[in-house]
Design a protein around this ligand. Structure first.
Ligand code: DX5
Ligand code: ZN
Length: 222
């Protein structure tokens, strides 16, 4: 058994959509902690993934919490739908929310954990006045929209800066890293202060996905 405290969230975006039940079962049987669910609208990001009917089908088989990453404009319209389709964590993009404080309150009102995702160009300092209201910050380590992209190295500095920003104000804040995560960068991300590692292609394209999740879970940065 692993003694690590960090969480692993395989991104279903990289699963085999024609054999979704099989891939969900794989995650159920693995040491993964959450399912990461990427919802895209073709407007906020230049891609469309899948929507709530698919998410609801995933929820039926998933035996672990659904961590929903909304890459959509005006996410307030869909928060309740998200909750009704099985979300436990709902993450909206900073860049997509005019009234972020209100949106976070609405997510919590539904009984979900409230997350904010930051694009690679967005400074963590912009969260200063709302940091105490956030359960999770998802730092995008690629430009959102596609799986299988190259990890952006500047992410390490952002993790450290965010951990410092939250220190003493929100020590329970979960820092999630999304994009290009592998066993090559995981230890350094955890050392910098990350708590949740999302991994799509690295897990689902692996010869042995269960072992790959285990390898990520068992990384001991210290
Ligand atoms: C990107 C998505 C990610 C993506 C990660 O827009 O938010 O969750 O699935 O995929 P990998 O791990 O392949 O970079
Ligand atoms: Zn994501």
């Amino acid at each position: 058994m692993s003694t690590s405290k960090h969480l692993i969230a395989p991104s279903v975006l990289a699963a085999d959509f024609a054999n979704l039940a099989k891939d969900i079962q794989m995650v159920n049987e693995s040491e993964a902690d959450w399912f990461h669910i990427d919802i895209m609208d073709g407007v906020f990001v230049p891609n469309i993934s899948f929507g709530f009917p698919v998410m609801s089908a995933i929820a039926k088989y998933a035996q672990k919490p659904l961590d929903v990453h909304l890459m959509i404009v005006d996410p307030d319209r869909y928060l309740k739908t998200c909750k009704d389709n099985g979300a436990e964590v709902i993450t909206v993009h900073y860049e997509a929310c005019t009234h972020l404080h209100r949106t976070l309150a609405a997510i919590k009102e539904l009984g979900c954990k409230a997350g904010v995702a930051l694009n690679p160009h967005t400074s963590v300092q912009l969260l200063k006045d709302v940091i105490h209201d956030i359960d999770l910050v998802c730092l995008m380590s690629v430009n959102p929209g596609f799986g299988g992209q190259k990890f952006i190295e500047h992410t390490y500095a952002k993790v450290r800066e965010l951990r410092a920003l939250a220190s003493g104000v929100n020590d329970g804040l979960l820092i999630e890293i999304d994009g290009g995560v592998t066993t090559t960068n995981a230890a350094q991300l955890l050392q910098a202060g990350a708590d949740v590692l999302v991994a799509g292609s690295f897990v689902f394209n692996a010869a042995d996905p269960i072992e790959t999740v285990k390898a990520l879970k068992e990384i001991d940065p210290f």
